[in-house]
Design a protein around this ligand. Structure first.
Ligand SMILES: Cc1ncc(COP(=O)(O)O)c(C=O)c1O
Length: 452
Protein backbone atom coordinates (compact mmCIF):
# COMPACT_ATOMS: atom_id res chain seq x y z
CA UNK A 1 0.00 0.00 0.00
CA UNK A 2 1.29 3.44 -0.84
CA UNK A 3 0.75 5.95 1.94
CA UNK A 4 -1.12 8.80 0.23
CA UNK A 5 0.28 11.58 2.35
CA UNK A 6 3.85 12.68 2.82
CA UNK A 7 3.07 12.83 6.51
CA UNK A 8 1.80 9.25 6.47
CA UNK A 9 4.86 8.16 4.55
CA UNK A 10 7.21 9.85 7.02
CA UNK A 11 5.32 8.41 9.97
CA UNK A 12 5.63 4.92 8.47
CA UNK A 13 9.36 5.42 7.95
CA UNK A 14 9.76 6.59 11.54
CA UNK A 15 7.77 3.61 12.82
CA UNK A 16 10.08 1.33 10.85
CA UNK A 17 13.08 2.99 12.49
CA UNK A 18 14.15 4.59 9.21
CA UNK A 19 15.52 8.13 9.31
CA UNK A 20 13.75 10.04 6.58
CA UNK A 21 16.15 11.08 3.82
CA UNK A 22 16.64 14.82 3.63
CA UNK A 23 15.11 15.04 0.17
CA UNK A 24 11.79 14.20 1.76
CA UNK A 25 12.05 17.17 4.06
CA UNK A 26 11.92 20.87 3.38
CA UNK A 27 15.16 22.75 4.13
CA UNK A 28 13.86 24.10 7.41
CA UNK A 29 12.53 20.72 8.49
CA UNK A 30 15.79 19.04 7.61
CA UNK A 31 17.75 21.65 9.53
CA UNK A 32 15.62 21.11 12.59
CA UNK A 33 15.59 17.31 12.12
CA UNK A 34 11.81 17.37 12.39
CA UNK A 35 10.30 14.30 10.77
CA UNK A 36 6.75 15.56 10.37
CA UNK A 37 5.66 19.03 9.36
CA UNK A 38 2.24 19.95 10.70
CA UNK A 39 2.25 22.94 8.35
CA UNK A 40 2.16 20.71 5.29
CA UNK A 41 -1.39 20.60 3.96
CA UNK A 42 -2.88 17.11 3.86
CA UNK A 43 -2.04 15.19 0.71
CA UNK A 44 -5.46 13.53 0.49
CA UNK A 45 -7.28 16.84 0.89
CA UNK A 46 -5.10 18.40 -1.80
CA UNK A 47 -5.84 15.52 -4.15
CA UNK A 48 -9.56 15.95 -3.54
CA UNK A 49 -9.29 19.69 -4.26
CA UNK A 50 -7.47 18.91 -7.51
CA UNK A 51 -10.27 16.53 -8.50
CA UNK A 52 -12.84 19.28 -7.86
CA UNK A 53 -10.81 21.64 -10.03
CA UNK A 54 -10.92 19.14 -12.86
CA UNK A 55 -14.64 18.52 -12.44
CA UNK A 56 -15.89 22.06 -11.96
CA UNK A 57 -13.54 24.64 -13.46
CA UNK A 58 -14.00 23.71 -17.12
CA UNK A 59 -17.73 24.45 -16.62
CA UNK A 60 -17.25 27.90 -15.11
CA UNK A 61 -17.82 30.81 -17.45
CA UNK A 62 -16.44 34.30 -17.26
CA UNK A 63 -13.77 36.60 -18.56
CA UNK A 64 -10.26 35.47 -17.58
CA UNK A 65 -9.45 38.97 -16.34
CA UNK A 66 -12.55 39.06 -14.11
CA UNK A 67 -12.01 35.55 -12.73
CA UNK A 68 -8.41 36.47 -11.94
CA UNK A 69 -9.63 38.56 -9.01
CA UNK A 70 -12.29 36.09 -7.83
CA UNK A 71 -10.82 34.39 -4.74
CA UNK A 72 -13.71 31.88 -4.68
CA UNK A 73 -12.78 30.68 -8.14
CA UNK A 74 -9.17 30.02 -7.11
CA UNK A 75 -9.78 28.43 -3.70
CA UNK A 76 -9.74 24.80 -4.84
CA UNK A 77 -6.83 25.51 -7.15
CA UNK A 78 -4.79 26.88 -4.24
CA UNK A 79 -5.72 23.86 -2.13
CA UNK A 80 -4.59 21.39 -4.82
CA UNK A 81 -0.95 21.58 -3.71
CA UNK A 82 0.22 19.94 -0.47
CA UNK A 83 2.79 22.66 0.09
CA UNK A 84 4.36 23.75 3.34
CA UNK A 85 2.46 26.94 4.16
CA UNK A 86 4.93 27.87 6.90
CA UNK A 87 7.19 28.76 3.98
CA UNK A 88 6.20 31.67 1.77
CA UNK A 89 7.51 30.30 -1.49
CA UNK A 90 7.86 33.08 -4.03
CA UNK A 91 10.63 31.26 -5.88
CA UNK A 92 8.61 29.41 -8.47
CA UNK A 93 10.92 30.40 -11.28
CA UNK A 94 13.38 27.57 -10.66
CA UNK A 95 11.49 24.39 -10.04
CA UNK A 96 7.87 24.12 -8.94
CA UNK A 97 5.92 21.75 -6.70
CA UNK A 98 3.38 19.54 -8.45
CA UNK A 99 -0.29 19.44 -7.48
CA UNK A 100 -1.04 16.48 -5.22
CA UNK A 101 -2.94 14.59 -7.92
CA UNK A 102 0.18 14.69 -10.10
CA UNK A 103 2.33 13.38 -7.26
CA UNK A 104 -0.22 10.66 -6.65
CA UNK A 105 -0.08 9.49 -10.27
CA UNK A 106 3.71 9.61 -10.13
CA UNK A 107 3.89 7.53 -6.93
CA UNK A 108 1.46 4.93 -8.28
CA UNK A 109 3.44 4.57 -11.50
CA UNK A 110 6.73 4.48 -9.62
CA UNK A 111 5.44 1.68 -7.44
CA UNK A 112 4.06 -0.26 -10.40
CA UNK A 113 7.34 0.10 -12.24
CA UNK A 114 9.06 -1.66 -9.35
CA UNK A 115 6.69 -4.59 -9.13
CA UNK A 116 8.51 -6.53 -11.87
CA UNK A 117 10.39 -3.95 -13.97
CA UNK A 118 11.13 -6.20 -16.94
CA UNK A 119 7.38 -6.48 -17.35
CA UNK A 120 5.67 -3.63 -15.44
CA UNK A 121 8.16 -0.93 -16.43
CA UNK A 122 9.25 -2.06 -19.89
CA UNK A 123 6.06 -3.64 -21.18
CA UNK A 124 3.23 -1.95 -19.27
CA UNK A 125 4.38 1.60 -18.46
CA UNK A 126 6.92 2.56 -21.13
CA UNK A 127 4.53 1.94 -24.05
CA UNK A 128 2.20 4.54 -22.48
CA UNK A 129 4.79 7.25 -23.13
CA UNK A 130 3.68 7.50 -26.72
CA UNK A 131 0.26 8.61 -25.52
CA UNK A 132 1.95 11.25 -23.35
CA UNK A 133 3.81 12.42 -26.46
CA UNK A 134 0.52 12.65 -28.38
CA UNK A 135 -1.19 14.64 -25.64
CA UNK A 136 1.70 17.07 -25.28
CA UNK A 137 1.95 17.50 -29.03
CA UNK A 138 -1.73 18.31 -29.16
CA UNK A 139 -1.34 20.90 -26.34
CA UNK A 140 1.62 22.52 -28.15
CA UNK A 141 -0.09 22.20 -31.53
CA UNK A 142 2.59 20.18 -33.29
CA UNK A 143 2.71 16.71 -34.79
CA UNK A 144 3.49 13.88 -32.36
CA UNK A 145 6.39 12.94 -34.64
CA UNK A 146 7.97 16.33 -33.86
CA UNK A 147 8.06 16.06 -30.07
CA UNK A 148 10.62 14.21 -27.95
CA UNK A 149 10.19 13.64 -24.23
CA UNK A 150 13.21 14.95 -22.32
CA UNK A 151 14.19 15.37 -18.71
CA UNK A 152 14.33 19.17 -18.83
CA UNK A 153 15.05 22.22 -20.97
CA UNK A 154 18.77 21.70 -20.50
CA UNK A 155 18.61 18.33 -22.20
CA UNK A 156 16.59 19.72 -25.09
CA UNK A 157 18.69 22.81 -25.74
CA UNK A 158 22.04 21.03 -25.23
CA UNK A 159 20.94 18.37 -27.69
CA UNK A 160 20.37 21.00 -30.33
CA UNK A 161 23.30 23.32 -29.59
CA UNK A 162 25.76 20.43 -29.52
CA UNK A 163 24.03 18.42 -32.24
CA UNK A 164 24.02 21.03 -34.99
CA UNK A 165 26.87 20.51 -37.46
CA UNK A 166 28.59 23.90 -37.11
CA UNK A 167 32.04 24.52 -38.56
CA UNK A 168 34.86 26.80 -37.51
CA UNK A 169 33.89 30.36 -38.36
CA UNK A 170 30.13 29.70 -38.25
CA UNK A 171 28.40 32.24 -36.05
CA UNK A 172 25.79 31.92 -33.31
CA UNK A 173 23.94 34.95 -31.94
CA UNK A 174 22.54 35.07 -28.43
CA UNK A 175 22.04 37.65 -25.68
CA UNK A 176 24.00 38.41 -22.53
CA UNK A 177 20.81 37.51 -20.63
CA UNK A 178 20.38 33.97 -21.94
CA UNK A 179 20.63 31.04 -19.57
CA UNK A 180 24.18 30.62 -18.24
CA UNK A 181 24.41 26.94 -19.15
CA UNK A 182 23.77 27.55 -22.82
CA UNK A 183 26.18 30.45 -22.95
CA UNK A 184 28.76 28.01 -21.57
CA UNK A 185 27.83 25.44 -24.18
CA UNK A 186 28.42 27.94 -26.95
CA UNK A 187 31.69 29.09 -25.37
CA UNK A 188 32.82 25.47 -25.25
CA UNK A 189 32.01 25.02 -28.94
CA UNK A 190 33.82 28.25 -29.59
CA UNK A 191 37.00 27.11 -27.80
CA UNK A 192 36.86 23.57 -29.07
CA UNK A 193 35.67 24.00 -32.64
CA UNK A 194 36.16 27.66 -33.46
CA UNK A 195 32.54 28.73 -33.85
CA UNK A 196 32.03 32.44 -33.24
CA UNK A 197 29.69 33.57 -30.47
CA UNK A 198 28.05 36.98 -30.79
CA UNK A 199 26.31 38.09 -27.59
CA UNK A 200 24.06 41.09 -27.96
CA UNK A 201 22.63 43.18 -25.14
CA UNK A 202 18.95 44.02 -24.74
CA UNK A 203 17.63 47.02 -22.83
CA UNK A 204 16.20 46.17 -19.39
CA UNK A 205 13.27 46.27 -19.65
CA UNK A 206 12.26 46.56 -23.30
CA UNK A 207 8.73 46.92 -24.67
CA UNK A 208 9.37 47.34 -28.37
CA UNK A 209 9.21 44.37 -30.70
CA UNK A 210 11.01 46.32 -33.41
CA UNK A 211 13.87 47.20 -31.12
CA UNK A 212 14.39 43.57 -30.12
CA UNK A 213 14.13 42.23 -33.66
CA UNK A 214 16.44 44.96 -34.97
CA UNK A 215 19.13 44.12 -32.42
CA UNK A 216 19.13 40.47 -33.48
CA UNK A 217 19.03 41.42 -37.16
CA UNK A 218 22.00 43.76 -36.75
CA UNK A 219 24.11 40.91 -35.34
CA UNK A 220 23.50 38.62 -38.34
CA UNK A 221 26.29 38.23 -40.88
CA UNK A 222 26.64 35.87 -43.88
CA UNK A 223 28.29 33.37 -41.46
CA UNK A 224 25.39 33.33 -38.95
CA UNK A 225 23.77 29.90 -38.65
CA UNK A 226 21.86 30.00 -35.38
CA UNK A 227 20.14 32.37 -32.95
CA UNK A 228 19.58 31.18 -29.38
CA UNK A 229 16.72 33.08 -27.78
CA UNK A 230 14.80 32.82 -24.49
CA UNK A 231 11.03 32.87 -24.74
CA UNK A 232 11.03 34.45 -21.27
CA UNK A 233 14.28 35.72 -19.80
CA UNK A 234 14.65 34.04 -16.43
CA UNK A 235 16.60 36.94 -14.90
CA UNK A 236 13.89 39.55 -15.42
CA UNK A 237 10.69 37.87 -16.63
CA UNK A 238 10.98 39.76 -19.93
CA UNK A 239 8.92 38.05 -22.63
CA UNK A 240 10.57 38.17 -26.07
CA UNK A 241 8.73 38.31 -29.42
CA UNK A 242 9.69 34.82 -30.59
CA UNK A 243 7.53 34.81 -33.70
CA UNK A 244 8.92 38.07 -35.06
CA UNK A 245 12.54 37.10 -34.42
CA UNK A 246 11.96 33.69 -36.04
CA UNK A 247 10.44 35.24 -39.15
CA UNK A 248 13.23 37.79 -39.53
CA UNK A 249 15.86 35.09 -39.04
CA UNK A 250 14.21 32.52 -41.29
CA UNK A 251 14.19 35.01 -44.15
CA UNK A 252 17.99 35.17 -43.71
CA UNK A 253 18.46 31.41 -43.51
CA UNK A 254 19.18 31.42 -39.75
CA UNK A 255 17.74 28.75 -37.42
CA UNK A 256 16.25 30.06 -34.16
CA UNK A 257 16.56 27.78 -31.13
CA UNK A 258 14.00 28.83 -28.52
CA UNK A 259 14.71 28.25 -24.84
CA UNK A 260 11.13 27.86 -23.65
CA UNK A 261 11.96 26.92 -20.04
CA UNK A 262 9.48 29.50 -18.74
CA UNK A 263 7.18 29.79 -21.72
CA UNK A 264 5.06 26.68 -22.08
CA UNK A 265 2.16 26.66 -19.57
CA UNK A 266 3.06 30.05 -18.11
CA UNK A 267 1.92 31.65 -21.35
CA UNK A 268 -0.67 30.13 -23.66
CA UNK A 269 1.55 29.32 -26.63
CA UNK A 270 1.60 26.90 -29.52
CA UNK A 271 4.00 26.06 -32.30
CA UNK A 272 1.75 28.07 -34.60
CA UNK A 273 1.64 31.16 -32.40
CA UNK A 274 5.44 31.09 -32.10
CA UNK A 275 6.06 29.80 -35.63
CA UNK A 276 9.31 28.32 -34.35
CA UNK A 277 11.46 25.44 -35.64
CA UNK A 278 13.01 24.36 -32.33
CA UNK A 279 11.52 24.80 -28.84
CA UNK A 280 12.59 23.14 -25.59
CA UNK A 281 10.88 23.41 -22.23
CA UNK A 282 10.84 21.97 -18.72
CA UNK A 283 7.50 20.59 -17.64
CA UNK A 284 8.52 20.67 -13.95
CA UNK A 285 8.31 24.42 -14.15
CA UNK A 286 5.01 25.92 -15.26
CA UNK A 287 3.06 22.77 -16.12
CA UNK A 288 3.61 21.39 -12.60
CA UNK A 289 4.58 17.97 -13.96
CA UNK A 290 6.97 15.72 -11.99
CA UNK A 291 10.55 16.87 -11.55
CA UNK A 292 12.73 15.66 -14.39
CA UNK A 293 10.33 16.16 -17.29
CA UNK A 294 10.42 18.32 -20.40
CA UNK A 295 9.98 18.23 -24.14
CA UNK A 296 11.93 19.13 -27.23
CA UNK A 297 10.02 20.16 -30.32
CA UNK A 298 11.83 20.11 -33.68
CA UNK A 299 10.04 20.92 -36.93
CA UNK A 300 9.92 17.74 -38.97
CA UNK A 301 12.14 18.99 -41.81
CA UNK A 302 14.92 19.95 -39.37
CA UNK A 303 15.14 16.70 -37.37
CA UNK A 304 17.63 15.11 -39.73
CA UNK A 305 20.24 17.86 -39.39
CA UNK A 306 20.55 17.60 -35.58
CA UNK A 307 22.74 14.81 -34.19
CA UNK A 308 21.42 13.25 -30.98
CA UNK A 309 23.56 13.71 -27.84
CA UNK A 310 23.77 9.95 -27.44
CA UNK A 311 24.21 8.17 -30.77
CA UNK A 312 21.01 6.39 -31.76
CA UNK A 313 20.34 3.67 -34.36
CA UNK A 314 21.00 5.21 -37.78
CA UNK A 315 17.60 4.25 -39.11
CA UNK A 316 16.23 6.82 -36.61
CA UNK A 317 18.09 9.68 -38.35
CA UNK A 318 14.85 11.43 -39.36
CA UNK A 319 12.90 10.21 -36.32
CA UNK A 320 12.27 12.46 -33.30
CA UNK A 321 12.73 9.39 -31.04
CA UNK A 322 16.47 9.46 -31.66
CA UNK A 323 16.62 12.24 -29.04
CA UNK A 324 15.09 9.89 -26.46
CA UNK A 325 17.73 7.21 -26.91
CA UNK A 326 19.45 7.83 -23.55
CA UNK A 327 19.36 4.43 -21.85
CA UNK A 328 17.08 3.17 -19.09
CA UNK A 329 14.83 5.76 -17.47
CA UNK A 330 11.87 5.74 -15.10
CA UNK A 331 8.42 5.97 -16.67
CA UNK A 332 6.78 7.49 -13.60
CA UNK A 333 7.84 11.14 -14.12
CA UNK A 334 6.59 11.09 -17.72
CA UNK A 335 3.31 9.46 -16.74
CA UNK A 336 2.77 12.29 -14.26
CA UNK A 337 2.62 14.65 -17.25
CA UNK A 338 -0.89 13.42 -18.11
CA UNK A 339 -2.59 14.57 -14.88
CA UNK A 340 -0.51 17.78 -14.96
CA UNK A 341 -1.85 18.51 -18.45
CA UNK A 342 -5.42 17.68 -17.38
CA UNK A 343 -5.13 20.00 -14.38
CA UNK A 344 -3.73 22.88 -16.44
CA UNK A 345 -6.31 22.45 -19.19
CA UNK A 346 -9.12 22.34 -16.63
CA UNK A 347 -7.99 25.70 -15.26
CA UNK A 348 -7.44 27.06 -18.77
CA UNK A 349 -4.25 28.59 -20.12
CA UNK A 350 -5.72 32.10 -20.45
CA UNK A 351 -7.23 32.01 -16.97
CA UNK A 352 -3.96 30.83 -15.48
CA UNK A 353 -1.99 33.62 -17.12
CA UNK A 354 -4.53 36.26 -16.05
CA UNK A 355 -4.32 35.02 -12.46
CA UNK A 356 -0.52 34.98 -12.49
CA UNK A 357 -0.55 38.60 -13.65
CA UNK A 358 -3.11 39.49 -11.00
CA UNK A 359 -0.92 37.91 -8.29
CA UNK A 360 2.09 39.80 -9.60
CA UNK A 361 0.28 43.13 -9.56
CA UNK A 362 -1.14 42.42 -6.13
CA UNK A 363 2.28 42.80 -4.47
CA UNK A 364 4.01 44.97 -7.06
CA UNK A 365 1.41 47.74 -6.81
CA UNK A 366 2.77 48.60 -3.36
CA UNK A 367 6.15 49.59 -4.82
CA UNK A 368 5.68 50.48 -8.45
CA UNK A 369 5.46 54.25 -7.98
CA UNK A 370 8.31 54.46 -5.50
CA UNK A 371 11.25 56.38 -7.04
CA UNK A 372 13.77 54.41 -4.96
CA UNK A 373 12.66 51.14 -6.56
CA UNK A 374 13.74 49.85 -9.96
CA UNK A 375 11.60 47.24 -11.67
CA UNK A 376 13.48 45.34 -14.38
CA UNK A 377 10.35 43.67 -15.74
CA UNK A 378 8.00 45.29 -18.27
CA UNK A 379 4.39 45.81 -17.14
CA UNK A 380 2.63 45.39 -20.46
CA UNK A 381 0.69 42.23 -21.19
CA UNK A 382 2.74 41.57 -24.31
CA UNK A 383 6.12 41.53 -22.60
CA UNK A 384 5.60 40.08 -19.11
CA UNK A 385 3.82 37.41 -17.09
CA UNK A 386 4.47 36.06 -13.57
CA UNK A 387 8.15 36.73 -12.88
CA UNK A 388 9.29 40.14 -11.65
CA UNK A 389 12.79 41.32 -10.77
CA UNK A 390 12.89 44.36 -8.53
CA UNK A 391 15.73 46.31 -6.96
CA UNK A 392 15.26 48.22 -3.71
CA UNK A 393 17.84 50.99 -3.36
CA UNK A 394 20.10 50.30 -0.38
CA UNK A 395 19.15 46.62 -0.05
CA UNK A 396 21.69 44.29 -1.65
CA UNK A 397 19.76 41.45 -3.38
CA UNK A 398 21.66 38.52 -1.84
CA UNK A 399 21.46 40.06 1.62
CA UNK A 400 17.77 40.81 1.24
CA UNK A 401 17.03 37.28 -0.02
CA UNK A 402 19.02 35.81 2.90
CA UNK A 403 17.17 38.01 5.39
CA UNK A 404 13.79 37.09 3.90
CA UNK A 405 14.57 33.42 4.32
CA UNK A 406 16.20 33.51 7.73
CA UNK A 407 13.78 35.94 9.33
CA UNK A 408 10.56 35.24 7.50
CA UNK A 409 10.84 31.81 5.82
CA UNK A 410 10.23 33.59 2.55
CA UNK A 411 11.88 32.36 -0.63
CA UNK A 412 12.87 34.68 -3.47
CA UNK A 413 15.81 34.51 -5.90
CA UNK A 414 18.59 37.11 -5.81
CA UNK A 415 19.67 38.16 -9.31
CA UNK A 416 23.07 39.76 -9.76
CA UNK A 417 23.96 40.37 -13.39
CA UNK A 418 26.57 42.72 -14.73
CA UNK A 419 23.85 44.89 -16.31
CA UNK A 420 21.29 44.90 -13.44
CA UNK A 421 20.45 43.38 -10.08
CA UNK A 422 17.47 42.73 -7.84
CA UNK A 423 15.37 40.00 -6.27
CA UNK A 424 13.19 37.85 -8.50
CA UNK A 425 9.72 37.27 -7.08
CA UNK A 426 7.58 34.53 -8.60
CA UNK A 427 4.21 33.60 -7.09
CA UNK A 428 2.31 30.58 -8.36
CA UNK A 429 -1.33 29.56 -8.58
CA UNK A 430 -1.17 28.14 -5.06
CA UNK A 431 -0.07 31.53 -3.69
CA UNK A 432 -2.90 33.32 -1.86
CA UNK A 433 -3.74 37.02 -1.80
CA UNK A 434 -3.13 37.01 1.98
CA UNK A 435 0.36 35.63 1.51
CA UNK A 436 1.16 38.48 -0.86
CA UNK A 437 -0.20 41.03 1.61
CA UNK A 438 2.15 39.53 4.18
CA UNK A 439 5.03 39.72 1.69
CA UNK A 440 4.40 43.44 1.15
CA UNK A 441 4.44 44.02 4.91
CA UNK A 442 7.71 42.09 5.26
CA UNK A 443 9.34 44.11 2.46
CA UNK A 444 8.15 47.36 4.03
CA UNK A 445 9.70 46.27 7.33
CA UNK A 446 12.99 45.57 5.54
CA UNK A 447 12.95 49.01 3.98
CA UNK A 448 12.18 50.90 7.15
CA UNK A 449 14.04 48.77 9.68
CA UNK A 450 16.97 47.50 7.56
CA UNK A 451 18.32 43.96 7.41
CA UNK A 452 20.24 43.71 10.64
C1 LIG B 1 15.79 30.44 -19.10
C2 LIG B 1 16.12 29.08 -18.58
N1 LIG B 1 16.55 28.16 -19.45
C3 LIG B 1 16.86 26.92 -19.06
C4 LIG B 1 16.73 26.54 -17.75
C5 LIG B 1 17.10 25.14 -17.37
O1 LIG B 1 15.99 24.47 -16.91
P1 LIG B 1 16.19 22.97 -16.40
O2 LIG B 1 17.11 23.05 -15.23
O3 LIG B 1 14.82 22.54 -16.02
O4 LIG B 1 16.78 22.22 -17.50
C6 LIG B 1 16.30 27.46 -16.80
C7 LIG B 1 16.17 27.08 -15.39
O5 LIG B 1 15.76 27.80 -14.53
C8 LIG B 1 15.98 28.76 -17.23
O6 LIG B 1 15.55 29.68 -16.36
Amino acid sequence: MIPHSRRGFLTQLAAAGVVAPTWLLSTAQAAASVAVAPAVAGFAAARAAGARVQATLPLRRGEAAVLAADEGFWRDVQASWAVDRSILNLENGGIQPSPALVNHAFIEAWQQGHEAPAYTLNRVLMPQLDEVRTRLASAFGCDREELALTRNTTEGIETVLLGLALRSGDEVVTTTQDYWRFQNTLRQRSEREGIVLRSITLPVPVESTDEIVDRFAAAITPRTRVILLSHIINLTGQVLPVREVVRMARARGVLVVVDGAHGFAQLPCTRESLDCDVYATSLHKWLGAPHGTGFLYVRRERIGEIWPLYPAPFELRENIRKFESIGSVAAAPYLGIRPALDFWLAIGAERKLARLRWLRDRWLAAFIDDPTVTVHTPRSVEFSAALVTIDFAGLAPAKLAGWLWERHRTLVRPVVHKEFRGIRVTPNLYTTAEELTRFVEILRAARTGGLS
